[in-house]
Design a binder for this molecule. Sequence first.
Ligand code: NOJ
Length: 497
Amino acid sequence: ELGVDCLWLSPMYPSPLRDDGYDISDYYNIHPDYGTLDDFKKLIAEAKKRDIRIITDLVMNHTSDLHPWFQEARKSKDSPKRDWYVWSDTDDLYTETRIIFLDTEPSNWTYDEVAGQYFWHRFYRTQPDLNWDNPEVIEEFKNIARFWLDLGLDGFRADAVPYLIERDHTSNENLPETHEILKDFRAFMDEEFPGTILLGEANMWPWDLRPYFADGDEFQMCFHFPVMPRLFMAVKKGEVSDVIDIMERTPDIPANCQWCTFLRNHDELTLEMVTEEERQWMWEQYAPEDRMRLNLGIRRRMAPLLDNDRRKLELLNVVLFSLPGSPILYYGDEIGMGDNIWLFDRNGVRTPMQWKNAPNAGFSEAEETYAPAIDDDAFGYARVNVENALADEHSLWYWTKHLIAMRKEHPALSRGSYEFVQTDNPAVLAILRKCENETILALANFSNKAQVARVALPEYAAHEKVELFSQIPHGCKDETHRTLLEPYEYQWLLMRD
Ligand code: NOJ
């Protein structure tokens, strides 16, 4: 009903859940807590009836240490699975590789008593990295993909792809050999399952992300990680230059590719793609308590980050929908769910969906859920829930539904070209989206004060303009589009010929 047309499911496979399912112990099944394969088939069928596609996470870089492959591999050097993982007699190989889970892992190597060797892992020590130099691993993953795509899945969000291949004296990230493997995987999907999609998760700078699109023959989509923290920076500073700067340093991508943009997801709000100084500033601003910080990020949800201020929530969502790319929403953010910083790791942003004011927030009839539903005064399920949101026509949920519908109605916002237009006001972002039949000027005031902005667009001076949210004509006929914007106000101006 919200208008979402694709679901991305985080890992639903059997797993000991040491990394909430990103540690898979069987790639060909569903975790029994979530249901059965038949339930999953039913989910796909029901989604298709509603024109909703489904992609799932495909964790390629590593498995759980409890996966039978690893159990087999550690047994002996002669084990047929030994070479499926990355081993060493010492832990002084690949010293130029950074550690990602800084808060918990002192090294990317862990000694395994049973194996008598160290194994390589870029994430938790319970997630040994697979050896993608081994053709058997490549073949196995094609079989895994066949299994799920045969069921009618529409594609994968490929997890942690920069780290597939290791080479000494490199950072072990984004290596050419890794790109070769991904291209081959894409070619296989195109050939056997045309129309399915590969979305790459590579938390990298735009220029390092660009090769993942290759000539339109690697990933169709990649997350745009670096723009996300800059949107939060901009709203706190009341100043938009960081957003413009990173987008202007984002290379063009092939016509058959697209960015995926987002404000929040199931992980910490990552601050990997900012400078050390900016990271400190973001932590001070958004994570004043130690418990709010995790690794290089902030483990909080969107609504609490934005002071539960409806103006800021709308502003950042409108900007997300005005930037190039397919916007991704994180479950619960459409009703303004909160977080629980007292839970382990990133679980505080993964609490049960708040459907109604009922036990477990209506999420489950089980006695106990994997994490308790949020029940604090401001964000608790008694107040913040879908049932209440649907009963209130002014709710964030209805507003989000409207936003999604408008984006679908106006192809300039989804498929159009984009350019940042200069304004005379550093607090105001102006993005021009254009396609064959329409032009839309998005204006957004990131300041907590009213602002006047002039936007130099002489070619549109004579056009009639209508603001799409309010449907009110924009009176100004001069060449500078002088506009008054209230604190955090945004506009979508449709230029009529
Ligand atoms: C990225 C996922 O988003 C994150 O949740 C996970 O911990 C790592 N990859 C490792 O799989």
